[in-house]
Design a protein around this ligand. Sequence first.
Ligand code: GLN
Length: 197
Amino acid sequence: MRVGILDIQGAVSEHRDAFERAFTNQGVSGQTCTVKKVDDLKEVNGLVLPGGESSTISAQLGRLGMDALIIKLVGEGMPIMGTCAGTILLASRLESSAEGEKTKPLGLMDIVVERNAFGRQRESFEMGIDIDGLDGKYRAVFIRAPIITGVGDRVVQLSRLENGTIMAREDNMLAMVFHPELTPDTRVHEMFIEMIA
Ligand code: GLN
């Protein structure tokens, strides 16, 4: 299995390290590669849209002509995982805000997302959360995190806080507003590996 990490901007090497650990924990023979251009997309069985600055990543995806191919491949069944800014990119719609308008989401998942939903006072924090399908708490790192404010019928909410959904799955798409690559716990990466396997 070959997992591609979109390498335009944001947390790329951390995801690669997390997958290496997850492959070992699961005894899966897999590798990761970076995806920087259209041709790289043809080599992967699954794709990660990492956290970063969603407006920058969105503009570059369009400029490089990768947006249309990602939409096509995911439509054909390729698993995709979005973390933080990656979840903003997966959305069908962003809550309208001056910031939101700079970012053009790919419209893949039936979710509505609000950017920077936790306010300036709490730009970055960690907390133990419950995730459906995982035993015990999962320590999640939030960095200028968005939140999922609306979900369509096909979307399964895997974790929620009072102000909205923080992790969700729809068919071959997995979205979370936190950064699973920044903790030693590899269970979220393992969930995605199981979606590819
Ligand atoms: N606030 C960023 C955005 O809106 C996302 C932050 C992140 O990915 N850590 O693009």
